[in-house]
Design a protein around this ligand. Sequence first.
Ligand code: NI
Length: 205
Amino acid sequence: MAQLKLRYYPDPVLKQKAKKITIVDGSVRKLAQDMLDTMYKSDGVGLAAPQIGVSKRLMVIDVSSEDEPAKPIVFINPEIIEQDGEMVGQEGCLSFPDVFFEVKRYSRVVVRFQNLKGQTLKLTAENNLLCRAIQHEIDHLDGQLFIEKAVSQLKCDLEMTKAGLIDGDADALSRELSQQSSQVAAATEGETIKLKSDKKEHILK
Ligand code: NI
């Protein structure tokens, strides 16, 4: 059992597009096992190879709960071949400790991938954590991070600031966020509200 070192934001490897795996051999199998060990140790539901510093198209997911037997899935060269609908839900990421906010995703995806035997498989996930995790981890393989997909940029900035990942004034962001929610709550149906903080300026300084 080997635990690998996690890479945290803003490590540049997280922004790279990962390379396709051409041969599924013993080294890929060992890497997948080490990634699963690392994911379980860190209480994650998914982990992509760039998050341990390896820029290859490999990711692991296990969405089983603690009282269930483990159900690891290893995805090699995963590709979404169908996607539709939408769902909004809370996400976190092992490369962003203590940062959680809502992200919008497709509510149904069909993913094609290879398994550790090199066989090509297809998997459909709909309206569940697996569906969300597949999209989050494939984004990692493309160098895309969930902070680019936050439903509320302000909430994302607040979480990032509180976690010490960006510079900012957490109290001011917090005030702005509560002002924004009361504005939204006070708006009548059909009314278009202009949210003054809905710009990207205070992100990622
Ligand atoms: Ni992640």
